[in-house]
Write a protein that binds this ligand. Sequence first.
Ligand SMILES: NC(=O)c1ccc[n+]([C@@H]2O[C@H](COP(=O)([O-])OP(=O)(O)OC[C@H]3O[C@@H](n4cnc5c(N)ncnc54)[C@H](O)[C@@H]3O)[C@@H](O)[C@H]2O)c1
Length: 425
Amino acid sequence: MNPNRSSLSRRQFVQASGLTAAALAAAPIGNAWAGGVRQTLKVGVVGCGGRGTGAAWNALEADDDTVITHLADLFLDRAIEARDKLKAEWGDRVTATDKDCFGGTDAYGRCCSQGNDYIILATPPHFRPIHLAAAIGRGKHVFTEKPVAVDPTGIRQCFAIHDEAERRKLCIAAGTQRRHEQCYLEFMQRIKDGAIGTPISGSCYWNMGELWSKNHEAEWSDMEWQIKNWLYFTWLSGDHIVEQHVHNLDVINWINGGPPVRAMGCGGRQARTDPLFGHIFDHFAVEYEYANGFVLNSMCRQTNGCANRVEERVRGTTGSAKTTSGFAEIYGPAEWKFTAKQRSPYVQEHIDLIAAIRSGNRINEMRQVAESTLTAIMGRMSAYTGKEVTWEFAVNSKLDLTPPSYEFGPIETPPVPIPGKTELI
Ligand SMILES: NC(=O)c1ccc[n+]([C@@H]2O[C@H](COP(=O)([O-])OP(=O)(O)OC[C@H]3O[C@@H](n4cnc5c(N)ncnc54)[C@H](O)[C@@H]3O)[C@@H](O)[C@H]2O)c1
């Protein structure tokens, strides 16, 4: 059997993740880097596609004393390809040889078991809780891409992983990079200082055209195709409200100091209907209410030929504001515009993680990114079913989108959800 195509049951996947009591007990507790010691940080990468390769690049840019030591991907050729690409630019800073590149369903476990210090997690989101548990369970610091799960069951695992990282004194930085972006940081300080009075409502958008897709090649099983064409399957991506719009929802949660209490959403699949695009929706609109009375109208769309908008807008009792990547503006008596030249937030998030690891002034962004991911999931649950969904319901929901097996064989495309008919679980 091709090692890249081995099968693994869900139970074996979880066992291999390091969630087992024995693996957790064996892993070291404590921060080897605390106390200002400056030593080379060894970085492993799990998920060597566009973002995994990009994040590894960013970790090299962020600090002169980082090296890429291990790379893992479900498909070995992708790990090798990423290594070669990084090595062509960074030379000796990429020490991974062929034997340090891992493929197959247990590639992430082998990567997390090596002598590296922090692990970049950048696979499709479905696998994130398993991979987070493996990395934290083996005593590694983590940079995790967003979103961190696709269903409430995965979110509860992320909450447990947050607590485990606290116990082990490990750092977790998340790929909600706006939290590390200068214009957002200055904007948030001003909002906190009362620049628009009390924030009372907002709107946020991720409206854009279609993304990439992959045809079902004849030699691929359905499972292999779904994993390669992962954006279009809710069990893998969470749908685009979770996969992309989580960024904007995270900004609004940041303003409100936590997640909303309820969501009422609608959405559908009107323009992007080809089976190539799996079963996800192409548009959502969700109203969220926060405990402090703040109301958010959120909208996201992946449809060609329409107006694009990716930003957040906030209205307060004395002014209003608008933000997007690299841009922030406040309107009203405390008028202000961000004009500085800022560092790429994709690099800054690694600078912040590395500083936290080296200094022992830990960061752990797991809970906040899990809450923002659940905010998006709750909007999706409401839009798919046509029901209002409370935070209380979502956080306790038994919804678990894990397939019965990860075997590379037949697996059907789930039906397109129909509001009013799809059950709220
Ligand atoms: N923060 C951002 O702005 C940003 C931007 C792009 C993507 N992302 C996130 O990064 C993640 C990856 O996105 P991408 O664009 O790099 O996707 P991609 O398809 O380019 O790469 C994903 C890689 O993961 C591998 N993979 C799949 N299942 C795996 C498994 N079980 N074990 C190991 N490897 C596995 C794939 O083979 C592929 O190489 C997603 O969560 C996405 O939302 C974040």
